[in-house]
Design a protein around this ligand. Sequence first.
Ligand SMILES: NC(=O)c1ccc[n+]([C@@H]2O[C@H](COP(=O)([O-])OP(=O)(O)OC[C@H]3O[C@@H](n4cnc5c(N)ncnc54)[C@H](OP(=O)(O)O)[C@@H]3O)[C@@H](O)[C@H]2O)c1
Length: 392
Amino acid sequence: MSKAVSILGSTGSIGRQSLEIVRELSLNVRALTCNKNISLLAEQIVEFAPELVGVGDGESALKLRELLVLEHDLEPKRHPQILTGYDGLCAAATMSGTNLIIVAVVGFSGLKPVLAALEAGLDIALANKETLVAGGELVTSLGAKRGARILPVDSEHSAIWQCLEVAPDREFKRIFLTASGGPFRAFDKSQLATVTPAMALRHPTWRMGAKITIDSATLMNKGLEMIEACHLFSCQPEQIEVVIHPQSIVHSMVELKDGSVIAQLGFPDMRVPIRLAITWPDRPEANYYRPYDPCASDASPLVFEAPDEEVFPALGLAKAAFAEGGLAPCVLNAANEAAVSLFLRGKIRFIDIWRIVANELAAPRPNLSVFNFTDLEKAHNETIARIMQRHS
Ligand SMILES: NC(=O)c1ccc[n+]([C@@H]2O[C@H](COP(=O)([O-])OP(=O)(O)OC[C@H]3O[C@@H](n4cnc5c(N)ncnc54)[C@H](OP(=O)(O)O)[C@@H]3O)[C@@H](O)[C@H]2O)c1
């Protein structure tokens, strides 16, 4: 395969697995970015020789130059161009001649480079769901206008996308969006009040970055994914039923108009949806994954149950934000980002994450029906600043 790709967030869980696929398929890497993990980025530079890299700030850029020379013996004339902050992310997202931009950064930081990539008419493989939550209409309308595709990497959305391949005009009645339920599926409210970051970071079926692991434990991840699905598949939350499926084997299901229900399944392995987004529309043979065995002890019987929305209020919060529209989903996402970061730093309890998000959603905000990136960035930054100030 002779594709050229760039990876935003190459040092993270999705970024590293994307590079495994790049290595397997011998793809050309144009650009890589990270925030602070300079030592891993330096190793990736030596192996994949990108022309450009992005890092979080000037200090990281200086350290990276030093590392490349002192630890990797890479003389300066062989260094990639090094840019910082949004300059690096947007330059990496827009290099002409790149076939696919893999967006694996976490949080709101993905939105600006995604808009830049789509504006440049480049296809994106999108893992970063926060981008579609905060800026869904902006992103999908720009993609359609510029003829750039948004290929889902999230395993559930990849599943839905694949299931819809068999539907005439990709029409459907309902989506069953599966959720592992996280580590606290059977907990009641009093047990949830005592949850520590270490407990919440132990996900039962997936190994992921810290933020999405906490989102999975609160079920906010499923709320964000519900909004993501509404944008990707042009539907309303009423058409999406979240079902708890602790084994994470059925990655999602779609009920078509004739009553057929199509599911996509397999043992949990993010490399499968990442690889499909990279190779699509082809599906070259792979041999790294655990072959599916429907009779395996961890695959039989398949278990499904309804979520407890009273104990886990995140789905209701996401539905309310989507129903309000405008800046509300952006505020939902920002409040959640701030609250997760406070929880991880031991400043608030697990159950406070929902309370903080609910308070921010209940607060008054400008009622904008038309908005651009600057409006979203302002709403995002103001929400984060307000929450951080309250908990400083
Ligand atoms: N992990 C999964 O299995 C999975 C599955 C489905 C969807 N997703 C989604 O994919 C995205 C990435 O998840 P992940 O688990 O791979 O996260 P992660 O392991 O935390 O990696 C995040 C990446 O983004 C970079 N980054 C962090 N903050 C940044 C900032 N402010 N500006 C620019 N770059 C920044 C990190 O750089 P440093 O390493 O330098 O910090 C790292 O490369 C998330 O939106 C998540 O919801 C993940």
